[in-house]
Design a protein around this ligand. Structure first.
Ligand code: KPL
Length: 317
């Protein structure tokens, strides 16, 4: 196992949500604790005199541990020390969160985007000024009952891979793979992201629209909707130059429905708690790419509009 102090590489995590804190604990357990970059107000209220904040972690076996995190704000001078910035904010926050940070990062700082859905990488890649960009997806699950306490709920696969610019150094890559359980480096990464996108495209909006747990979608009345949404994914992916295995991916969607039968999807929860959803980076991303290729996506457009209506209603309530 590599210790980051050996090679002097500094990692920081942008976004102190459930996944950001989960990665913090996994990296801190394996080697040096990364910095955690929170929103300014968040960081200012959390930082105590010693500049350290205790983070509580309950693992899947129920074991509890407390680790000290150095929480820095987006204006911090320490940004210049960072060799790898892992971005764990929601897809719709990525651009606004990163734009002011990028000029403060060293010229060789590498970025890794890790969020549900797709899309921000297209704009971020153009802003990096020669810095390298990797992308990833994780099916690890975590809940955040309190701002600084997370409970790991699932031990899913994490897939990471190169997207553009200079490659991530071997040392950082190894540090990530050694720290994050069940993680793998994938080249190319885009097919993996599209597979996860397909799963979210089929499950998330339907559970929110029908106000149900994931497992409900195994019922025959949802079968046609799921297949119609996926058919549009396969057509658009092909136009993007990706060949997805139709039958394996359709099977995978139904496996996930069974494996997560008791879960409320993230979009169901966002609608339920009247929060902004990730629809633009999920079905919305597919629609945007389809428009680019002049492909019609009536089923995705219909669920997209239904979610926007629910979201607007929730936010105006
Ligand atoms: O990733 C998910 C989500 O809810 O966003 C699934 C796989 C659908 C599990 O709930």
């Amino acid at each position: 196992m590599l210790n980051s102090t050996d090679g002097e590489s500094k990692i920081a995590i942008l976004g102190a949500g459930a996944i950001g804190q989960l990665l913090f604990h996994q990296l801190a357990k394996a080697s040096e604790a990364p910095y955690l970059i929170g929103r300014s107000a968040h960081a200012a209220t959390a930082i105590n005199i010693s500049n350290m904040t205790p983070l509580h972690f309950t693992d899947v076996l129920g074991e509890q541990v407390e680790r000290q995190a150095q929480l820095i704000c987006p204006e911090s001078q320490q940004l210049i020390e960072i060799d790898l910035l892992i971005v764990c904010v929601k897809a719709y926050q990525v651009l606004d969160a990163l734009k002011p940070l990028i000029p403060k990062l060293k010229p060789h700082c590498h970025l890794l985007l890790l969020h549900n859905g797709m899309g921000p990488h297209l704009k971020i890649a153009k802003l990096l000024n020669g810095r390298g960009l990797s992308l990833g997806t994780t099916s690890q699950g975590a809940l955040r009952p309190k701002p600084w306490h997370i409970i790991q709920t699932g031990t899913g696969l994490t897939q990471l891979g190169h997207y553009g610019g200079p490659m991530m150094s071997m040392q950082l890559k190894q540090q990530l793979l050694d720290s994050i359980p069940n993680s793998q480096w994938c080249e190319p990464i885009l097919p993996m992201l599209w597979q996860k996108l397909a799963i979210n495209i089929a499950i998330n909006p339907l559970t929110a629209i029908y106000n149900c747990r994931n497992g409900e979608l195994a019922k025959p009345q949802y079968h046609n909707d799921i297949c119609a949404l996926l058919n549009e994914v396969f057509t658009v992916a092909e136009a993007e130059g990706l060949t997805l295995d139709r039958s394996a991916l359709t099977q995978r969607v139904f496996d996930v429905i069974h494996l997560t039968a008791n879960n409320h999807s993230s979009m169901h929860q966002d609608i339920y708690y009247q929060r902004k959803t990730e629809i633009d980076a999920i079905n919305g991303y597919l629609i945007t790419r389809a428009q680019h290729h002049h492909i019609a996506t009536p089923c995705n457009t219909k669920v997209y509009q239904q979610i926007i209506t629910l979201q607007n209603y929730g936010q105006s309530a």
